[in-house]
Write a protein that binds this ligand. Structure first.
Ligand code: DAH
Length: 376
């Protein structure tokens, strides 16, 4: 067959194959079959080597002409098929951006009212210059009672319905802490050791201003008592701390917490081993409607215990009561949550019922701050 005839045949064959290629793999196969190392056009080019120089000149031009022509043809078809493939993918993978967005966990989850109220309380006291302190829930008898001036065998120990831990190998008596007051002791003492004798133990240098929120335990269960509950303890120690300051701190706290402009507190004499004098505090409220309204009306509701820290407690913590004095208070957090957010059964707090939490819980990203609002 003459060279021209061979070129014509190849042109016809390759052009037909290009037209028949219907995807990117097929057109690539056509390219390799024609222009690849072992391709039909390449094979024809290889025959140039055996030709006479004169013949080679014209034949070379003709074959290379075919090569360029076929390469252009293949390239154009490949581009066309690539575009078609992209269009097909875009059509298949289309996303409808007008569909509603699914619910993210931050919108579904809820913060428990106890956590919310703890955050509110710590926000308020931090703003007044208090630091936050925490202590262990399994506490030694010494921290929970003895250091707080509950003498051994004193009936006040029985008031607490204590959960006692089984005796441990180290001989140290332990309890589930019945109140957050042991964190007072831990905040005054620099060491974790039980002091050997008063003043021999290094104490934290006053002024001390701490609030101590946390879990507490007592053997008790009814509508307003659960075996595990929460308290926040407050402690201020300095050379001249006095009851007037205690009163101011508590009034400011209740106004901020209940988000009201004014509130009247009533201080009644009481007894706690760790304070002298000791007081219970009632907050003014209105109970005529279905909800208790704090800061209005002429009723009273007991909300906390407080007093001037007993000299024995200061001594037990290595502080000289002739130099330092201070005040302390303890508030039930669950009680405050019930009052502020209108829940009437404490047991529901710990049922882990999602419907309850959906109703009473708080959005996780709405952190309580004094400037942004505590509960909004
Ligand atoms: N710890 C007491 C209780 O749980 C509450 C309390 C009363 C704490 C008076 C205090 C305080 O710090 O001064 O019943």
């Amino acid at each position: 067959m003459s060279l021209d005839a061979q070129i014509d045949t190849l042109r016809t064959e390759i052009t037909a194959a290009v037209a028949a290629a219907s995807d990117q793999t097929q057109i690539e196969a056509v390219r390799v079959g024609a222009l690849g190392k072992k391709g039909s056009v390449s094979a024809l080019l290889a025959t140039l080597g055996k030709m006479q120089p004169e013949e080679r000149k014209s034949a070379g031009a003709a074959i290379n002409g075919l090569k360029t022509e076929m390469a252009g043809l293949i390239e154009a078809r490949a581009a066309e098929l690539a575009r078609a493939a992209l269009d097909a993918r875009l059509a298949a993978e289309r996303v409808d951006v007008t569909l509603p967005v699914g619910t993210p966990p931050t919108a579904e989850g809820r913060i428990h009212p106890v956590s919310q109220v703890m955050d509110e309380i710590t926000a308020i006291f931090s703003d007044m210059g208090f630091s936050i302190a925490e202590g262990p829930e399994i506490e030694t008898d010494w921290y929970n009672f003895t250091a707080l001036n509950f003498p051994e065998g004193h009936p006040a120990r029985e008031m607490h319905d204590t959960f006692f831990m089984a005796p441990s190998a180290d001989g140290v008596k332990r309890v589930l802490r019945t109140h957050t007051s042991p964190v007072q002791v831990r905040s005054m003492l620099k060491t974790n050791e039980k002091p050997a004798a008063p003043y021999l133990t290094p104490a934290v240098e006053p002024p001390i201003r701490v609030v101590c929120p946390g879990r507490t335990y007592r053997h008790d269960s009814d509508q307003t008592h659960t075996p595990m509950f929460h308290q926040v303890e407050g402690l201020v120690i300095d050379k001249t701390s006095h009851i007037g300051q205690l009163r101011w701190v508590l009034e400011e706290f209740f106004k901020a917490f209940f988000e009201i402009d004014d509130v009247t507190l009533r201080f009644r004499p009481s007894f706690f081993p760790f304070t002298e004098p000791s007081m219970e505090v009632d907050v003014q409220c209105d109970r005529s409607g279905p909800d208790v309204k704090i800061g209005q009306g002429s009723d009273w509701l007991e909300v906390l215990g407080c007093g001037m820290v007993h000299p024995n407690v200061l001594r037990n913590c290595g502080l000289d009561p002739d130099v330092y004095q201070g005040f302390a208070w303890g508030i039930g957090i669950d009680r405050l949550a019930m009052l502020k957010y209108g829940m009437n059964d404490l047991r529901a707090f710990f049922d882990a019922d999602k419907r309850w939490l959906d109703h009473y819980g708080f959005r996780p990203l709405d952190l309580p701050t004094l400037f942004g609002g505590l509960s909004s």
